[in-house]
Design a protein around this ligand. Structure first.
Ligand code: ATP
Length: 371
């Protein structure tokens, strides 16, 4: 049917109630999302939550069963992938082995019937963007993994799409190269002002690169926010558990919705909308917990109420910048503690310890909100 022009700027990606089913399974479930022009957004979540399916629908390789997808203000339903103002970079670089680097990049332009000179100019520009101009005549097999990924990126950028879709593009690289490429990719994105929709299951990658992160769960977005908000104010135990590490204490809610009475500690937290008597869970991150030998006073480094728990140190691990301690509080409750290495306490496995943490660092959730 007729597609009405609506006032969304070039580079806007809009999903409106998008659903995708495979037989009985719902891969994406009435998902809505607006990505602003020039924004770097990541879709983050565990395997099977619908990240790739979402990306493939924006790209045009899959078609939604319901809902609308708009790119730059125009519905793309029924529009083939090559006619959408988007390009995709995959983890498997999908370079043609028999073509040179330059030919691979030029392939991204072939739909547009440009003159040879114009093609050459655009290819060189795209290779310059990823610092691969001097490799123009090589074959992909003569390149490292990181270099191949750069070529794939150049091929996707050569058309100057308004939107670039990236599906775990750095997944095949080793850790150090991956971190270098993260920085490069982020710089490139802000320089070009292209909208990036980035799929990853690596939380560090998502948090460090993105303007906003969409945490997905069962085909839906559970939380969409910047990294600080996702980290400090997760909307659910699911998000709290998925991003970073958490210690959870389970038990009935007490004290007017401000604490969880778990078997080995009464854990006070930030007031939540929870009624006394409900099953709840309190969450605190390892870096917010201090430990000391049990003989000493609990450290009160916060103004408000402080939680304390006594236990036995059962593990110490050197993680480089931080030391990690594992404290057993009881049968089924242990506590992970992380301290910066320079002021980490000297403790030995088997020592009785007292752990303490500010109530302001504790988030309370209902227990049925399964993590
Ligand atoms: P991963 O991180 O493992 O790539 P994902 O979050 O990208 O996972 P999707 O690949 O989008 O998840 O898959 C979402 C759900 O849809 C999964 O349950 C998956 O098994 C199912 N699914 C995806 N593609 C198909 C398909 N072609 N046929 C049937 N089921 C599919």
């Amino acid at each position: 049917g007729a597609r009405a022009a609506i006032p969304e700027a070039a580079g806007t990606v809009l999903l409106d109630g998008v659903t995708k089913r495979y037989g009985q399974a719902t891969a994406v479930d009435r998902m809505s999302l607006t990505v602003q022009p020039g924004e770097f957004i990541s879709l983050l979540g565990p395997s099977g939550c619908g990240k790739t399916t979402t990306l493939r629908m924006i790209a045009g390789f899959e078609h939604p069963d319901a809902g609308d997808i708009r790119v730059s203000g125009r519905s793309v339903l029924g529009v083939p992938p090559y006619r959408r103002d988007v390009n995709t970079v995959f983890q498997a670089y999908a370079l043609f082995p028999h073509m040179s680097v330059a030919e691979n990049v030029a392939y991204g332009l072939q739909q547009h019937r440009a003159s040879k000179a114009a093609i050459r100019e655009q290819v060189v520009e795209a290779l310059d963007l990823v610092q691969m101009r001097r490799f123009a005549d090589r074959k992909p097999t003569q390149l490292s993994g990181g270099q191949q990924q750069r070529v794939a990126l150049a091929r996707a950028l050569v058309n100057r799409p308004a939107v670039l879709l990236l599906d775990e593009p750095l997944g095949a690289l080793d850790r150090q190269l991956r971190e270098e490429m993260q920085l490069e990719l982020k710089l490139l994105q802000s320089r070009l002002g292209i909208t990036f929709v980035f799929v990853t299951h690596d939380q560090g990658e998502a948090l460090s690169m993105s303007d906003r992160v969409a945490i997905m769960r069962d085909g839906r977005i559970e939380q969409l926010a910047d990294a600080d908000t996702i980290y400090a104010r997760p909307v659910s135990a699911y998000v709290a558990a998925f991003v970073g590490q958490q210690n959870f204490f389970r038990g009935p809610v007490v004290e007017g919705g401000t604490a969880v009475d778990s078997p080995h500690a009464l854990v006070r937290g930030i007031r939540a909308e929870l009624a006394d008597g409900l099953q709840g869970q309190a969450a605190v991150r390892p870096e917010f917990v201090s430990i000391a030998p049990d003989a000493s006073e609990a450290r009160a480094d916060a103004a408000g109420p402080v939680n304390t728990a006594r236990g036995t140190l059962i593990g110490v691990a050197h993680l480089g910048e931080t030391m990690q301690y594992l404290v057993r509080l009881g049968e089924e409750q242990s506590l992970i503690v992380r301290r910066p290495t320079p002021d980490a306490p000297q403790l030995a496995v088997g020592d009785p310890v007292v752990a303490s943490w500010s109530a302001e660092r504790v988030l309370l959730f209902p227990a049925d909100d399964a993590a």
